[in-house]
Design a protein around this ligand. Structure first.
Ligand SMILES: Cc1cc2nc3c(=O)[nH]c(=O)nc-3n(C[C@H](O)[C@H](O)[C@H](O)COP(=O)(O)OP(=O)(O)OC[C@H]3O[C@@H](n4cnc5c(N)ncnc54)[C@H](O)[C@@H]3O)c2cc1C
Length: 535
């Protein structure tokens, strides 16, 4: 499959081309790997993407069974401007490649059995009125929260778009000037109390810390920008699900020249000294390349594919001592019939929300009344199930792999508990309507999807594991090795994962002596303002 790349977007070479084009192997076709493959191939690099699963997308891929189509992982497509911009660099339009719908209400948050609910709308007046139902004073502060976080994102954006290659980048004057705005000494919840007195409203503006796999009570306050992004830039549903974005990116990467090897596992990264020179795969193949870009889960890849003796900062022992995100217990249900009374996204928070977070983060046990999230995408998108049927996606945050939790024996009872809990959000009679069911436990995330400790959102995003303290885009322990995806800077979550690919590609092209100017400058003014993104 090949089409001409729009000439306007073709980068020019900085130095005369060497005899052979430069080559890169990308390990993994998750969102970060796909974005890197698109950009590198567009720059004329010879790109080979090796993916162990038979389909692309990694944690953002599709489950297709019996006529049903589910997202395996991401269901909230946020801040599309990052990927829009990458598509624009290739002379393409993301929304033409994958149509998507902006949701209003964005989601419903149900607070335990008796705590009421919030229907969260991106219309600020509607949202303020909704918040005021819980506390009239809080309603007045919604617009202030949005306005102040808009400034916070704009001021922090250059840091999110730049590599952090040493501590010197951290103490750059610009970042120091940001400290009063970022308030690193506060948590997300602490920061929200400057605006909202009602803990339920704080919860509706802070459960997004879960995207990072963290509790809002210890997630750094910077991350209030996550909920802000939803209001200014939207919660989107790509038709077909977020997996359709991954599939579209693989099509685009192929069209600009990347080669995909699906169903082939890298078993070893090959080194000359500390420099990567290629990989070996389970097909008995050896592929050589000028650079190796790792998109597969960072900690798992280090442990399994790179000899421990070659690493200094990220040895197996040091990896074991790091903090990891929570995991998730998943149910994907193909349903006969539809639940038209249930919103596209519903978040149910435990009656004992704080206790549930403590069970996940410190007690390492399963809660009696767990928080959970349900996606009922059939109310927006009728491409996901046969006529007269629909799909339900159920996610419950749980602790990452712990030796005291044996999921083989725990899973059936936890499944039953969640089936019972679905009644709390208006989903009745579900058991007798299920025609397809798949369960994924932390154990499965680790063993079937190669995610270290089943920590679905990678290394945690505490201050000690962010910016220059996260594994770096140009990987510091090895030569010719680069990282993309949720395990590197800026972090987990689709928009920043796509951004990691831009950062990494820029570094790699510079190291190859190729033109990287077409990838833009970190923090450059965006053409789209929140106002136009809203329309
Ligand atoms: C349940 C869940 C819900 C989420 N919800 C959201 C959401 O709503 N919104 C959001 O923005 N983010 C969400 N995320 C977080 C994040 O966006 C996704 O996890 C994202 O897919 C991570 O992308 P990645 O680029 O890091 O790579 P991954 O998706 O982890 O892909 C890595 C790829 O590497 C492959 N691989 C591994 N080992 C090898 C090997 N040896 N050889 C070859 N290939 C290999 C894997 O098979 C995989 O395809 C969610 C994550 C999960 C798990």
């Amino acid at each position: 499959m090949s089409t001409a790349t729009p000439t306007a977007a073709r980068p020019s070479r900085k130095s005369p081309p060497s005899k052979a084009p430069k080559s890169a192997i990308v390990i993994g076709a998750g969102p970060g790997g796909l974005a890197a493959a698109m950009l590198l191939a567009n720059a004329g690099v010879n790109v080979r993407v090796i993916e162990r699963l038979p389909n692309v997308g990694g944690r953002c891929s599709a489950i297709r069974e019996q006529g049903y189509r589910f997202d395996l992982g991401p269901t909230f497509f946020l801040y599309p401007r990052v990927l829009e911009r990458l598509y624009k660099m290739l002379g393409r339009d993301l929304h033409r490649e994958v149509p998507m719908v902006r949701l209003d209400p964005q989601y419903r948050v149900r607070f335990g059995d008796t705590g009421g609910e919030l229907l969260c709308s991106p219309n600020i007046d509607t949202m303020a009125a909704e918040v005021a139902k819980l506390n009239p004073e809080d309603g007045k502060n919604v617009a202030r929260f949005i306005a102040e976080n808009r400034v916070k994102l704009e001021r922090f954006r250059p840091s999110l778009e730049s590599p952090f290659l040493s501590w010197r980048d951290l103490i750059s004057w610009d970042l120091i000037k940001l400290l009063p705005l970022l308030r690193p000494w506060k948590s997300v919840d602490g920061e929200l109390s400057r605006y909202f007195q009602d803990p339920r409203t704080r919860l509706a503006f802070s459960f997004q810390a879960k995207y990072l796999g963290m509790s809002p009570f210890n997630c750094p306050s910077l991350f209030t920008i996550l909920s802000y992004l939803e209001y200014d830039f939207g919660v989107w549903h790509p038709i077909g699900g977020c997996n359709a974005i991954s599939e579209g990116m693989a099509r685009t990467a192929t069209e600009v020249g990347a080669n995909f090897h699906l169903g082939e596992s890298v078993t070893e990264v090959l080194f000359e000294g500390k420099k990567a020179v290629g990989v070996k795969t389970d097909h008995g193949e050896t592929y050589m390349a000028d650079a190796v870009v790792i998109n597969a889960d960072f900690a798992q890849t280090m442990k399994k594919l790179v000899p421990n003796r070659l690493r200094k900062r990220w040895t197996d022992e040091k990896l074991a001592g790091k903090r990891y995100s929570c995991s998730t217990f998943m149910m994907y249900l193909g349903i006969e019939g539809r639940y038209d009374n249930v919103h596209h996204h519903t978040i149910y928070t435990s009656n004992d929300y704080i206790g549930n977070l403590a069970d996940i983060e410190t007690n390492h046990r399963l809660s009696d009344d767990p928080s959970f999230y349900v996606q009922n995408p059939g109310v927006t998108d009728d491409t996901l199930a046969p006529k007269g049927h629909s799909t339900l996606y159920v996610l419950s945050p749980v602790c990452n792999q712990q030796t005291n939790l044996d999921w083989k024996s725990l899973a059936p009872a936890y499944r039953d508990k969640l089936f019972q809990s679905l009644k709390k959000i208006g989903i009745d009679d579900v058991e007798k309507r299920v025609r397809y069911e798949k369960i994924v436990t932390p154990d499965d995330w680790e063993n079937n999807y190669e995610v270290y400790r089943g920590a679905t959102f990678n290394l945690a995003h505490n201050l000690g594991q962010m910016l220059h303290l996260r594994p770096r885009n140009r990987f510091e322990d090895l030569g010719n090795v680069y990282l993309v995806g949720g395990g590197t800077h800026p972090g987990s979550g689709l928009p920043v994962i796509y951004e990691s690919a831009r950062i990494t590609t820029r570094l790699l092209l510079q190291d190859f002596g190729l033109d990287a100017a077409w990838l833009g400058v970190p923090g450059a003014k965006d053409e789209t303002s929140p106002a136009t993104a809203n329309s």
